[in-house]
Design a protein around this ligand. Structure first.
Ligand code: ZN
Length: 223
């Protein structure tokens, strides 16, 4: 069970899960985000990486708002690296990864699958609390208390977060080594009307920093 947003991190995570020999079922959650073009990216990546099955589930977190990604709040642009690495920005979506992992756990248990992959990253990231190793470990504990698969059948559920301690450059290099075409992915929080990335939001800036550090041209921007 792989959570797939269509972004750089989750796409790399899917490539890694496949490389480890898992039969991959990809789950994309549409949650009322501004960046609907991510969904097209998720479909392209799932197809390109040979996911056995790709499901999309709609959970409208925009009903609650409280985030620049789901509400009428401006997405910050052009922030410095120091600003990005401090505090929790308005692009944080309340409890998003808890909701996502809960949905992934539900499908995983229905499939009789005990391995869940999520592409969170706690190094080159935006300071979201639900991207940290402590959170992943806590959710894994919860999964093993919450399901019949764990409590009745004695199956140990594992939440894999293979990118959690990698830099963006390392993630990009790992994905390229696995044959992932990053031109299929999409990272921008606030794309332009025609779907192109804005180039200035935190996500665009972290992606650009990763490609620069890896010494590679981002195929989204071309040579
Ligand atoms: Zn952007």
């Amino acid at each position: 069970m792989v959570l797939l947003s269509g972004g750089l991190d989750s796409s790399t995570c899917l490539a890694m899960a496949r490389e480890q020999g898992f039969v991959c079922h990809a789950l994309t959650v549409t949650y009322g985000q501004r960046h609907q073009v991510e969904l097209d990216a998720a479909r392209r990546v799932a197809a390109a990486l040979g996911a056995t099955e790709h499901k999309e589930i709609a959970v409208d977190l925009g009903l609650f708002g409280g985030s620049a990604l789901t509400d009428d709040i401006e997405v910050p642009k052009g922030r410095s690296e120091a600003d990005i690495s401090h505090g929790i920005p308005v692009t944080y979506v309340p409890a998003r990864n808890t909701v996502f992992l809960s949905l992934a756990l539900a499908w995983a248990e229905a499939l009789d699958a005990s391995d869940i992959f999520i592409g969170v990253n706690a190094l080159d990231y935006s300071g979201y609390p639900d991207c940290r190793p402590e959170f992943i470990m806590a959710f894994e504990n919860l999964a093993n208390l919450a399901t019949a698969m764990a409590t009745e059948q004695g199956r140990r559920i594992r939440v894999h977060a293979p990118l959690i301690r990698m830099s963006k450059a390392q993630i990009i290099q790992a994905g390229l080594a696995l044959g992932l075409d990053y031109g299929l992915t999409h990272s921008c929080y606030d794309p332009l009307g025609d779907g192109r990335p804005c180039g200035a939001c935190d996500s665009c800036l972290l992606r650009a920093k990763g490609f620069a550090e890896a010494g590679i041209t981002d195929p989204l921007w071309g040579p």
